[in-house]
Design a protein. Structure first.
Length: 200
């Protein structure tokens, strides 16, 4: 009998040891995760820097056309908010969502550049919206599907590129298009790696 009691006590001590060890492990992992998040820049800071970068690019390649710049910057905000709402990976506020819809229904339709070229821009906008939705459906697929999804999700770049054509014409796009794409593509390799990691 004492032998059985001793075994039972040892089992209880062993179980208690493992339970406390696992609790400590979970606590340390939680603190490490918090520290990891603290080291990362706030996503709103990253978004502000992205908007600055796009504004600089548009100001340069759209030849300072304020209407074209305003149109393209509105698209940047709308597209990224749309992505965040689908992915649910950022805490978007009602203010953000209201701002996007105000841009779509109130601002963009009144921009003279958009009004002037609406017949050419509208099909591109619809094509981009449809491709975006298709890409979201295949992004969790195999390697080929993920690669295609990532490429297609960048399709809105063609709208910016076409705005260059509307402002500068054929020769202008042929001359400066490669530089434009190079600047737009900055960090694309890192973003693709991050995209693949998110899809795992």
């Amino acid at each position: 009998m004492p032998h059985l009691f001793g075994c039972s006590m040892m089992s209880m001590i062993w179980d208690n040891f493992h339970r406390k060890k696992n609790m400590l492990k979970d606590d340390l992992l939680g603190k490490a995760d918090e520290l990891g998040r603290a080291d990362k820049p706030d996503w709103r800071e990253e978004e502000a820097e992205m908007h600055k970068r796009f504004h600089s690019i548009f100001s340069d390649f759209l030849r300072g056309n304020l209407g074209a710049i305003q149109f393209c910057m509105a698209l940047v905000f709308i597209v990224h908010l749309w992505d965040d709402l689908i992915d649910k990976d950022k805490d978007r506020t009602p203010h953000d969502i209201n701002a996007a819809f105000t841009l779509m229904f109130g601002t963009i339709p009144t921009i003279p550049f958009y009004q002037q070229h609406i017949q050419q821009l509208s099909p591109l906008l619809l094509s981009t919206a449809l491709l975006w939705q298709n890409a979201n459906e295949i992004e969790h697929g195999d390697d080929d599907q993920q690669f295609m999804a990532f490429i297609v999700r960048q399709d809105f770049v063609k709208i910016f590129h076409y705005c260059m054509y509307l402002i500068g014409g054929h020769d202008y796009v042929i001359q400066r298009g490669p530089e434009f794409l190079t600047r737009i593509a900055r960090n694309s390799t890192r973003r693709f790696a991050e995209f693949r990691e998110e899809m795992q």
